[in-house]
Design a protein around this ligand. Structure first.
Ligand code: OAD
Length: 249
């Protein structure tokens, strides 16, 4: 069934749930896309775990510094901008992202729930204290290069990226707020996510179970199992601005 943009115009509490696909058009590779996915270039189990950091901190820190540099060079795209615009149009919007970049913030979204942490908030691996030191020289942080992590000024522990690694718990307060919003919304836009990683993938399901409409925006058609579930097929940078325009003009 076709999604009527009037549902967006009339939404009281809109949840926007984003994954790597929302940043794809900004030049940030997604995790699982066949040709450009980040997982193509490495085995995630070797880099995105506490065990990997313990075994080879320079490899892991260098790889994440490369990603952070790529994000700093990137710009928000029309999908990020349309989501920021939506926050000004609907009575209430909760933005939940699985992404560790800051492109939603730079597009002007006022508040973002980062389920998987952020590349931009490093912490001490030993004592968890936030790190406020100077970032590494970008030239050293080219994609894939090794880089010794800086040290914590409090305990001299090694600094790690502030992202959630495999085997680690999601930040409990963020997860709680995300589930609460999903259970309370009347419309959820799920943008650019493969929906494969738990517990994040439960968020659209929870919204559906509570009777909200759920719209998937993805170049790959998404299977819809419920009558109030819709799939809009195409890149988010095109579809989201169109949807906002149709709903509000
Ligand atoms: P994935 O890489 O699994 O999925 C990206 C999705 O974006 C795919 O469904 C693509 O079809 C879609 N996509 C690609 N280009 C797009 C575009 N221009 N517009 C809209 N959609 C597009 O990324 P996530 O679902 O975000 O976790 O992955 C979830 C989690 O898996 C990540 O947060 C990460 C990883 O493990 C952690 O780092 C903890």
């Amino acid at each position: 069934m076709e999604f009527d943009p009037q549902y967006l115009a009339r939404a009281r509490h809109l949840v926007v749930f984003t994954g790597a696909g929302v940043s794809a058009e900004s030049g940030i590779p997604t995790f699982r896309d066949a040709l450009s996915g980040l997982w193509e270039q490495f085995d995630p189990a070797q880099l995105a775990t506490p065990q990997a950091f313990r075994a080879d901190p320079a490899l892991v820190w260098g790889w994440y510094e490369g990603r952070r540099l790529k994000v700093l060079e990137a710009q928000p795209n029309p999908a990020h901008l349309a989501i920021a615009e939506l926050a000004r149009r609907v009575p209430r919007l909760t933005l939940i992202t699985q992404n560790v970049d800051d492109l939603h913030e730079r597009a002007g979204s006022p508040s973002v729930l980062h389920l998987h942490g952020s590349l931009h908030t490093p912490i001490c691996f030993a004592c968890q204290r936030p790190w406020r030191g100077e970032p590494a020289a970008p030239v050293l942080a080219e994609h894939g290069s090794r880089l010794e992590p800086p040290r914590c000024s409090g305990c001299n522990g090694k600094i790690r990226p502030g992202v959630v690694w495999f085997g680690e718990a999601l930040p409990p307060a963020v997860l709680k707020a995300a589930f609460k919003a999903a259970g309370d919304c009347d419309l959820l836009l799920s943008v650019g996510t493969s929906g494969l990683v738990q517990p994040a993938a439960q968020i659209p399901q929870l919204a559906l179970q509570q009777g909200a409409r759920v719209v998937h925006i993805n170049p790959q058609p998404q299977e819809c199992h419920a009558p109030q579930e819709y799939s809009l097929t195409g890149p988010a940078g095109q579809l989201l601005p169109q949807l906002v325009q149709r709903a509000f003009t």
